[in-house]
Design a protein around this ligand. Structure first.
Ligand code: IPE
Ligand code: IPE
Ligand code: MG
Length: 235
C-alpha cells in the first residue's frame, strides 16, 4: 500500500459476527470471539501501513437488547483486550475508549483508564474503541456539556459553532472519519459517528467481520483512493 493517500482516519463497523457463527452451527458468541481476533489483525495492519486513527464499533448503546449471555461474552472479550493492553503498547498503538463508559463496572473503567494511560506515549496508530457508543448519545452528552458552560457564563450561546460541538465529542481533537467500512452486507450507520462521518467515503462489503482480511482493507483503501472528494466544492 502506497503511503500517500492512506486515509488518516478509518472507521469500521465490525458487523456480522452472529451470522458468521450461525453459518457454522455455532452459538453467536463464538463469532464475537473470532471477531476479536480479526480486530487485532486489522489494528496491527493499520498501524503498519501508517493509518493515524482507527475507530472500531465494538458495542452500541442499542446492543444491550441482546441476550444476557451474548452481552456478557462481549464484555468478557473486552476484558481480555484490557488484560492484553501491554502487547498493544509494544506495537506502539495508543488506545482510547469512546462511548458512555458510565455504564460499566468500576473495575472495568479502571482497566480502561489503565490501558489508556499505559499507551499515552505511543506514537503509532490511535485506536478508538467504541463501546456503549451511540452517535446520538455522544451528541446529547456534548450538548449537556455545552449547556453547562453556557449556564456557568463561560460561553455565550452565539459563540457556539461547529468547532464547539466537535470539541465536546468523545473524539475531540481528532480529524473526521475519511473512510467508513461496513462489512456484513448491511447498508446503514446504526448510530455510528453521526457527526464525524459527515464527509466520509463509505465502503460496504458483504464479508462477515470474522472473515475480514488485510487484503479486503487494501481493497477498501484502493476504492477510497479512486473517489473524488469534493467537500461541497466545484470540480
Ligand atoms: C457485530 O456482529 C458485533 C456486535 C454488534 C457486538 P453482530 O453480532 O451484530 O453480527 P450479526 O449482524 O448478528 O451477524
Ligand atoms: C452495529 O451493528 C454495532 C456494532 C457493530 C457494534 P448492529 O448489528 O448492532 O446493527 P444493526 O442492528 O444491524 O443495525
Ligand atoms: Mg449485526
Amino acid at each position: 500500500m502506497a503511503d500517500q493517500l492512506i486515509p488518516q482516519h478509518i472507521g469500521i463497523i465490525m458487523d456480522g459476527n452472529g451470522r458468521w457463527a450461525k453459518l457454522r452451527g455455532l452459538p453467536r458468541y463464538a463469532g464475537h470471539s473470532v471477531g476479536a481476533k480479526t480486530f487485532r489483525r486489522i489494528a496491527e495492519y493499520c498501524n503498519r501501513i501508517g493509518v493515524r486513527y482507527l475507530t472500531v464499533y465494538a458495542f452500541s448503546t442499542e446492543n444491550w437488547k441482546r441476550p444476557q449471555k451474548e452481552v456478557d461474552t462481549i464484555l468478557e472479550l473486552m476484558m481480555d483486550y484490557l488484560r492484553d493492553a501491554e502487547s498493544y503498547v509494544k506495537l506502539n498503538i495508543k488506545t482510547h475508549f469512546i462511548g458512555d463508559l458510565s455504564a460499566f463496572s468500576e473495575e472495568m473503567r479502571q482497566m480502561m483508564d489503565h490501558a489508556e494511560k499505559l499507551s499515552e506515549n505511543a506514537t503509532g496508530l490511535i485506536v478508538n474503541i467504541a463501546i456503549n457508543y451511540g452517535g446520538r448519545r455522544e451528541l446529547a452528552q456534548a450538548m449537556q456539556k455545552i449547556a453547562a458552560e453556557v449556564k456557568s457564563g463561560a460561553l455565550l450561546p452565539e459563540e457556539i459553532d461547529e468547532s464547539t460541538v466537535a470539541a465536546h465529542l468523545y473524539t475531540a481533537g481528532q480529524p473526521d472519519v475519511d473512510l467508513l467500512i461496513r462489512p456484513s452486507g448491511e447498508y446503514r450507520l446504526s448510530n455510528f459517528m453521526l457527526w464525524q462521518t459527515a464527509y466520509a467515503e463509505y465502503v460496504f462489503m458483504n464479508t462477515l467481520w470474522p472473515d475480514f482480511s488485510e487484503k479486503m482493507l487494501d481493497n477498501a483503501i484502493r476504492e477510497f483512493q479512486k473517489r473524488n472528494r469534493r467537500f461541497g466544492g466545484a470540480e
